[in-house]
Design a protein around this ligand. Sequence first.
Ligand code: NIG
Ligand code: FE
Length: 409
Amino acid sequence: MKKLWRNARLATLADPSGWGLIKAGAIVTEGERLHWVGQASALPAGLQVDEEHDLEGALVTPGLVDCHTHLVYGGQRAAEFELRLQGASYEQIARAGGGIRSTVSATRGATDGELYQAALGRAHALMAEGVTTVEIKSGYGLSLEHEVRCLRIARLLAHLLPLQVRTTCLSAHALPPEFEGRPDDYIAAVCEWLPVLHGQGLVDAVDVFCENIAFSLAQTRQVFEAAQRLGLPVKLHAEQLSDQGGAQLAAEFGALSCDHLEHLSAAGVQAMARAGTVAVLLPGAYYFLRETRLPPIAALRTASVPIAIATDHNPGSSPGLSPLLMLSMACTLFRLTPEEALRGMTVNGARALGLRDRGSLLAGQRADFAVWQVEHPNELAYWFGRNPCSRVIHGGQERHPTLPDDAPR
Ligand code: NIG
Ligand code: FE
C-alpha cells in the first residue's frame, strides 16, 4: 500500500553533515519502506497512492534510535541515589554488594508479569518521544534462567508494540553472588550460555562491562571470542570509570560500538576510528553519577569516529526515560551541536546497532519517522521537560495513540 504524507518540513539527515532540510516536503511510503522523499513540487507525476495524510506543516525527522538501554529489570535504586548524594561513590556501593547486584536480586524476585509491565511502561515513555527502534540489554538476571527470562520479555515487547527491538546479551555485567570470588568460572559459564541464548533466537549482539568493578580485559576477550564463534557482533561498556584499554580490544573484534568512554585514551580513539566502531555517549549516566571527566569529544570528531547518543536507561546510573532530555544534555554537558546530537540518536544510533536501513529519511529506508510541533530541528535539543512529538509513523503505519495518557513518564 502506498501512502502520501504531505505538507511537512523534513530534516532528512540524508547527507554526512547538515540537517538535510526540505521546507515544503513530502514523503511517499510503500509498506514498511520509504518509497520517495523530497520537495512536494517534485513529486513524481501521475503518482497513485492509496491514502493521503496531511502533516499540517509540522517538522518530520527519522524515528529516534535509542541504541543503549537496560529496560528490563525489577525494583529501583532511589536509596542508593541518596547514599551517593551523601558522599558514597558508585564504585563503593558496587563493591559493598549494592549497585547492579541489588537490581539482580530484585529482578530474580519479580514475576514475568511484573518485569513485563514495568518494561512496557518504560518503552511507552521512550515511544512517546519519537523512539522507533530501541536496544535492550540483559544483565540483571545473571543466571541462564533469568537472562533467558529478561531477553524473552525484551523480544515480547517487540512482538506486542509498534516498536523495533534489538536485544543484547550483557550477562557479563556483574558477578552474581553464587560466583563470589570466582569471576573466571562465571565468565566460563557465560560463554556456555551464549550458544543456548543464541539458539533460542534471543541475541542480536553481545556486550561486556569491562571495568575494575566488573570484568577484566582478559575476561572480556573470552566473551568476545565466544560471541565471534557464533558470528555475533560485540559492543562494550568501555572506559566509563577508568581506562582499561577496552576500546582497543573491542576494535580488535570489529565492535559495533564502545559505550560511555569518559576515560577513553588517544590510542582508544585511534583504534575505534580504524575499526569503524561507533562511540556511544551517555549523558544521562554522566549527569546522574555527577561525573566531571568528559569523553574526548574533540578527539573523536578529529578522528571521524561516529558519535551516537542514547538514554542508557537503567536503575543505577541513568534512570531517565527522556531521549529528548539526552539530546539537550548531549549539547549542554558534552558540547555537541544540536545536529550532532540528533544524528547521534538517528543515523549513528542505528549504526551502533549494525542497522543501515534506518536513521535517515531516504528512499529505501524503513518508513519510521516522528512528527514534531516545532519550527526547526535544533529545538529538539533546546526544549526540555516538554514533549513536542505529536505523531509517530512506524513501518509506514501511524502509531495510535502516540501519547498514551497512562504511560508512566
Ligand atoms: O550502563 N555501567 C554499567 N552498567 C550500567 C549501569 C548498571 C547499574 O548501575 O545498574 C550503565 O551505566
Ligand atoms: Fe549501560
